[in-house]
Design a protein around this ligand. Structure first.
Ligand SMILES: [Zn+2]
Ligand SMILES: [Zn+2]
Length: 108
């Protein structure tokens, strides 16, 4: 099972489960963006590749395939256009490997 980006997905996760941790993070950091966030997730879902999966977390059936990286990248792009500073924090929290995160942290 492949994502649009070509990545082979070993453990498929449905979009609802994928969006959960980011939703919690948005809620915590910028509550006013929460409604928009939900619309963005809807759009991501519509543009994701078609295919039947069983979510490895909630076990529900889904018709869309997307890898965690593509999902997070699209959330990041959206944040970047709205709140560049928040997007930076998002990247540090979710996109960068932990070792890079430590480097950035020690510089500031
Ligand atoms: Zn992907
Ligand atoms: Zn799920």
């Amino acid at each position: 099972m492949q994502c649009r980006c070509g990545l082979e997905i070993q453990k498929p996760i449905c979009i609802l489960c994928l969006s959960e941790k980011y939703e919690a993070w948005i809620e915590e950091n910028k509550l006013s963006l929460l409604n928009q966030y939900k619309k963005v997730v809807q759009k991501i879902s519509e543009s994701a590749r078609l295919g039947r999966i069983t979510c490895s977390l909630c076990r529900s059936q889904s018709e869309r395939i997307i890898c965690e990286h593509c999902f997070a990248a699209q959330i990041f792009n959206w944040l970047q256009s709205k709140e560049p500073e928040l997007a930076q924090r998002f990247a540090m929290r979710f996109l960068l490997p932990p070792e890079n995160y430590l480097i950035i942290k020690s510089k500031t």
